[in-house]
Design a protein around this ligand. Structure first.
Ligand code: NAD
Length: 479
């Protein structure tokens, strides 16, 4: 059994659970410990004891730790990518890309540890100077979803440590192997005992305990809106700073003047790659009348060429759905769109085996046309390989449809008109806007996040990450 990492020790949990490959249900990757609330509190105690030690480390010490972790991730992209593809189900090239991204993030934040700035200002009163500096929060708990099992932990753990916080990391139940592998690298990185802790376990038990402990100063969460709102309530009640990144219902507008092949590529990439299991996945294709039929025909043609199957087999474009529960959710949305009289233009079929006979959670990419904004399929996040087409008259109507959602994470447009692109960038209600590039796919050195129901609190990534992971001190000195 692979254990939790608390106070510099590897410890058994209260139970062990098997981790199953969604591409082949006969393949058990390993047994992983699950903690209970008491063990989660032990991890908080260890982090609390280590907070003053790591909080006073030098920028060079922080740089060295993060740079070492980044270098090891980059040296092991094939092996860790294979593990990630095996437990989460994104394809091997996507999984290797994700591990590479995690390595790059650690390297970036190694540099950020050296670049933490403050301000020095003259006071409005004579003879006084004002210094504004940033200090660590203390203990932060990091709660992550299953869909990016190494990149999302990396973009929380790296800035947390770079700015001198101690960490309790609680990964999603479905992906303990990637989390454990990352924790194992961190355990050899030169951190003082307790500065980094891993507690695997159930959200309602372990996660909840980590959002109500008075020794925790901050909670950074990525996951569903329902869990996010629960965590916000708990943090508010216990006086804990929080940052939430949640779901999306991301639109891609395709205008008459779009380059058709660019638009088809953005739609197929954005909606279906990584099995549509990305918070930034395109789920609504908003297409103007003049290009609608050509666009739909070309997308369907591309979908017929995509191969669904084992995430680690060469030539597979779309791996399995992550588990049985998510598959049932996806199929429920397919049924709901059909019941609302949307036209199923392609896919939406559950397959119990891939073409090699492996039993897994396979689902062919689904495209619905003739849909309307009020349909349930256009209002709620699916989180699977399911997209819809909505018709629009012109850019103005398309923008209104794009913004007609509770969410606001990513929003895209395909157009060759600079005027249309500029208008879209100004009026799209989303944290990230994309022109002629898929709604999913972001850089790591700039802010990532959304607005409306998609996000709450400070942005993640890039130099903006210091907003959440530090607290500001204003010092007045009379000469
Ligand atoms: P989830 O909300 O079910 O779980 C996320 C994490 O929260 C898990 O670690 C889980 O164990 C934990 N958790 C569950 N209940 C908890 C509680 N009561 N207290 C504390 N922690 C608790 O989400 P998921 O199914 O793992 O991930 C899918 C969701 O994540 C989708 O909605 C997706 O859009 C979102 N997501 C958002 C982003 C983003 O950056 N905006 C990125 C990736 C995924």
């Amino acid at each position: 059994m692979k254990g939790n990492y608390i106070g510099g020790q590897w410890l058994d949990g209260v139970r062990a659970v098997p981790n199953v490959n969604p591409s082949d249900l006969r393949d058990v990757i390993g047994e992983f410990a699950q903690a209970d609330a008491a063990q989660a509190r032990e991890a908080v105690a260890a982090a609390y004891a280590a907070a003053p030690v790591w909080g006073q480390s030098t920028p060079q010490q922080r740089f060295d730790v993060l740079d070492r972790v980044g270098a090891e991730l980059l040296a092991r992209t094939q092996e860790l990518g294979d593990l990630l593809a095996r437990e989460e189900g994104k394809t091997l090239p996507e999984a290797i890309g994700e591990v590479t991204r995690a390595g790059q993030i650690f390297k970036f934040f190694a540099g950020e540890a050296l670049r933490l700035r403050g301000d020095l200002l003259p006071s409005v009163r004579p003879g006084i100077t004002v210094e504004v500096t940033r200090e660590p929060l203390g203990v932060v708990t990091l709660i992550t979803p299953w869909n990016f099992p190494i990149a999302i932990p990396a973009w929380k753990i790296a800035p947390a440590l770079a700015f001198g916080n101690s960490v309790v990391f609680k990964p999603a139940e479905l992906v303990p192997a990637s989390a454990w592998a990352l924790a194992e690298i961190l355990s050899r990185s030169g951190l003082p005992s307790g500065a980094f802790n891993l507690v695997m376990g159930r959200g309602a038990e372990v996660g909840a305990a980590l959002t109500e402990d008075p020794r925790v100063a901050g909670v950074s969460f990525t996951g569903s809106q329902t869990t996010g709102r629960r965590i916000a309530q708990s943090c508010a009640a216990h006086g804990i700073k929080f940052q939430l990144e949640m779901g999306g219902k991301n639109p891609l507008i395709v205008l008459d003047d779009a380059d058709l092949s660019v638009a088809v590529n953005c739609a197929v990439q954005g909606a279906y790659y990584s099995t549509g299991q990305r918070c930034t996945a395109t789920s609504r294709l908003i297409v103007t009348d003049g290009i609608h039929d050509r666009f739909v025909a070309a997308v369907v043609e591309r979908l017929t060429q995509l191969k669904v199957g084992d995430a680690r087999s060469p030539g597979v474009d779309i791996g399995p759905v992550v588990d049985e529960r998510q598959l049932a959710i996806d199929m429920g949305y397919v049924a709901s769109a059909k019941a609302d009289a949307a036209t199923l233009a392609f896919g939406g079929e559950h397959r119990q085996h891939d073409d090699q006979g492996r039993p897994g959670f396979f689902l062919t990419p689904a495209l619905f046309t003739d849909t309307h904004a009020e349909m349930r399929i256009n209002r709620e996040e699916v989180f699977g390989p399911v997209a819809t087409v909505l018709r629009a008259r012109d850019l103005e109507q398309a923008l209104a449809l794009a913004n007609d959602t509770a969410f606001g994470l990513s929003s895209g447009i395909c157009t060759t008109s600079l005027r249309h692109a500029s208008q879209f960038k100004r009026h799209a209600q989303a944290g990230m806007v994309m022109v002629n590039t898929p709604t999913a796919g972001a850089d790591y050195h700039v802010p990532f996040g959304g607005r409306k129901a998609s996000s709450m609190g400070a942005r993640e990534q890039g130099s903006y990450a210091s907003e959440f992971y530090t607290t500001v001190k204003t010092a007045y000195t009379a000469a």
